[in-house]
Design a protein around this ligand. Structure first.
Ligand code: ZN
Length: 286
């Protein structure tokens, strides 16, 4: 009897474990929704169980990532920092039918950040530097709009370097008192030479050495999700290479326009720069 009870208990515990583990194994995790400029809207698109194909969605002419979670399809929409608050529409194609799906963007006032740069040549650009920076900005713009269809995209990121989260996303920046574009990434305070790792699996979309961003790696995670790792001292990967989550991409540094060594990490979703913290599971954010 004693043995039977023990066995029964053990079976129950096993079943419990299975029941608990099942949802974790069966569903992709969604990023945190934040319906503000620079955030992410998660728009439900209906049940996955009616046998219909995965819906296709667009924001304007830019395709949008679609994933499933708990038997529902969701569009995971990157909201550009300059998006006007109010009602917006996605174009959703299910089977042969295309219909609009609306979502709301709320206003957000990001805090100000005032930065003093001693190297004035990085603030007041010479004609040659300006021409170079403009060429690079349009090349980077193309990279951000890149779309590679992928079966599945891992939406639970790791922070790519061990360090304090410093300059938060969205800060309205002033360099030497002059207003500049907002901070479209997250800064991790690390010394030069700190390992920088891929936040999720993907392919190296490009590597480069840019006037503002310095030595930079772009990782394409599929379906319009791209991460950028900037100001590196050393790059250890090549364009086209497949990378796994946590794989070493290079070492942190202060190349380009940086006040000191740090990792600037950006996340691009359907061409929009969004807050990287939305992709970090809450338990990993200190
Ligand atoms: Zn930064």
């Amino acid at each position: 009897m004693h043995t039977l009870t023990a066995i029964t208990l053990r079976i129950c515990r096993r079943l419990n474990l299975l029941v608990l583990a099942w949802p974790l194994l069966a569903h992709a995790s969604l990023p945190n929704a934040s319906n503000v400029p620079g955030g992410i809207a998660i728009v439900p698109l209906g049940s996955t169980s009616n046998g219909a194909d995965k819906p296709q969605t667009w924001l304007g002419d830019q395709p949008v990532l679609v994933t499933s979670d708990h038997d529902q399809w969701y569009a995971v929409v990157g909201l550009p920092l300059d998006m006007t608050p109010g009602s917006h529409e996605l174009s959703v194609k299910i089977g042969s039918e295309t219909k609009p799906e609306s979502f709301v963007v709320n206003p957000k006032n990001y805090p100000e950040q005032r930065v003093t740069l001693k190297d004035k040549s990085k603030v007041e650009l010479s004609a040659a530097d300006l021409a170079r920076a403009e060429r690079e900005i349009s090349a980077i713009k193309e990279l951000k709009r890149h779309w590679r269809p992928a079966q599945d995209t891992d939406l639970a990121f790791i922070v790519p370097a061990e360090g304090k989260l410093a300059g938060r996303f969205g800060l309205r920046r002033f360099f030497n008192g002059e207003p500049r574009s907002p901070h479209a990434g997250l800064d991790v305070a690390v010394a030069s030479g700190t390992p920088v790792k891929a936040s999720a699996q993907g392919q190296v979309l490009a590597v480069g050495d840019y006037f503002f961003n310095g030595k930079t790696v772009f990782i394409d995670h599929g379906n319009g999700l791209i991460t950028m790792y900037c100001h590196l001292e050393r790059i250890d990967v090549q364009t086209g290479e497949a990378v796994s989550k946590g794989q070493l991409l290079g070492l942190s540094g202060k190349t380009g326009r940086a006040t000191g060594p740090h990792l600037h990490w950006s996340v691009v979703l359907n061409g929009a720069m969004v807050d990287p913290e939305l992709f970090i599971p809450a338990k990993d954010l200190q």
